[in-house]
Design a protein around this ligand. Structure first.
Ligand SMILES: [Ca+2]
Ligand SMILES: [Ca+2]
Ligand SMILES: [Ca+2]
Ligand SMILES: [Ca+2]
Length: 293
C-alpha cells in the first residue's frame, strides 16, 4: 500500500476530527419543550439548561431552570447524537446537572429533588421531539408500567440519607461541584458514596438501561433528546411544590482505546515528516530550476 495513501488518510482524519470538534458542543444546545409544573416563581428561563456549567463554583440559582411541581418537564436537544459508547467511563453516556447538595457536607445525606429521565431518537429526522421516549429507570424503580410520583421518602424535606433510601438514576440528586474539582464531561459513579475524583458530579445515565413501555430494554445505540420530569409530588412547608432543577446536560467524554491513541501519536510525527520531506524536495526543484535558468 502506498505510503502517501496512509499519510493522506492521517491528514484527512486529523482535519475531520478538528472539524467535528469545532462544530460539536458537549452540552445541550436546544430547548424543544418546557412545560413547568406548579409553583415556578422565577427560575423559569429554560435556556439556563443549555450550554456548559458556569465556571467557578457549583450551581447558583441564577444558572438553573426550575421544572416546578410533579409532572413539570423540559426536553433538550444536542448538535450531535449522544452515543451509547462502550468507551464512556462506567458506560455512563450523559450527565444531568442540578442544584442538589450534601447536608452539612455529609456525602450520605442529599438535599435532592428527584426528576426522572427519558430519552428519544429523532427517528423521523424532523428535528422535533415527536418521537417515542424511553425511560431510564432508577432506584427507586417505578415498576412496570412505570408509575410516578415516587415516594415522599425520596425527598425527605431537609435531606435523604442514601443508606436508608438509596437514590440513583434520577436528576437533581447528586451535587454539582466547582470546576476546580474536575471536568463536567467525566461522570460520577452514582453507586459510590461521594463524587468520583476528576468529576464535577451531577447524575450520570446509561443509554443501555432505557426501557420501552413494557419494561423491555430499548437497545438504543444513540439518542437525540433528553426529557427530565419532576418525579415527586409534595410541597415544602411554605406550600411551594418541590421541583427538580436543571443546570446543564453534558455528553460524557469517551476514553480512547490505547490503539487509537497510538495511531494519533504515530500519525502526527509521520505528517510532520511528510511535509518536511515535501518541502525539501520542492526546494531542490526550485534550486535546480535556478541552475537551469
Ligand atoms: Ca452506555
Ligand atoms: Ca422527531
Ligand atoms: Ca458518587
Ligand atoms: Ca433542586
Amino acid at each position: 500500500m502506498n505510503k502517501n495513501f496512509f499519510l493522506l488518510f492521517f491528514l484527512v482524519s486529523f482535519l475531520l476530527s478538528f472539524y467535528s470538534f469545532a462544530l460539536a458542543s458537549e452540552f445541550a444546545v436546544e430547548v424543544l419543550e418546557y412545560s413547568p409544573g406548579d409553583d415556578v416563581t422565577g427560575f423559569d428561563d429554560p435556556s439556563l439548561a443549555l450550554g456548559p456549567l458556569a465556571p467557578g463554583g457549583g450551581p447558583s440559582n441564577a444558572s438553573v431552570v426550575s421544572l416546578g411541581g410533579f409532572g413539570g418537564y423540559i426536553i433538550l436537544g444536542f448538535d450531535h447524537h449522544i452515543e451509547n459508547d462502550p468507551l464512556n467511563p462506567g458506560g455512563w453516556d450523559f450527565i444531568v446537572f442540578g442544584n442538589a447538595f450534601y447536608i452539612d457536607g455529609d456525602e450520605n445525606i442529599h438535599c435532592q429533588e428527584p426528576g426522572y429521565v427519558e430519552v428519544a431518537v429523532d427517528s423521523n429526522v424532523n428535528g422535533l421531539a415527536d418521537d417515542t421516549f424511553y425511560l431510564i429507570p432508577g432506584i427507586p424503580n417505578p415498576g412496570t408500567p412505570a408509575s410516578f410520583p415516587i415516594s415522599d421518602d425520596y425527598w425527605g424535606q431537609w435531606g435523604v440519607d442514601h443508606r436508608d433510601y438509596p437514590t440513583e438514576g434520577y436528576a437533581d440528586v447528586t451535587p454539582t461541584l466547582g470546576e476546580s474539582y474536575g471536568s463536567a464531561l467525566v461522570p460520577d459513579d452514582p453507586r459510590a458514596v461521594g463524587i468520583t475524583p476528576g468529576s464535577r458530579g451531577g447524575d450520570a445515565f446509561d443509554i443501555a438501561n432505557a426501557i420501552d413501555a413494557s419494561g423491555n430494554l430499548a437497545n438504543l445505540s444513540r439518542i437525540d433528546f433528553v426529557k427530565i420530569t419532576t418525579a415527586i409530588d409534595i410541597s415544602w412547608p411554605w406550600n411551594i411544590a418541590v421541583s427538580t432543577e436543571v443546570d446543564a446536560v453534558a455528553d460524557v467524554a469517551a476514553i480512547p482505546e490505547p490503539a487509537t491513541g497510538l495511531m494519533l501519536l504515530t500519525g502526527f510525527p509521520l505528517l510532520i515528516k511528510y511535509f518536511s520531506i515535501t518541502r525539501k524536495k520542492k526546494r531542490e526543484v526550485a534550486l535546480s530550476k535556478n541552475c537551469f535558468f
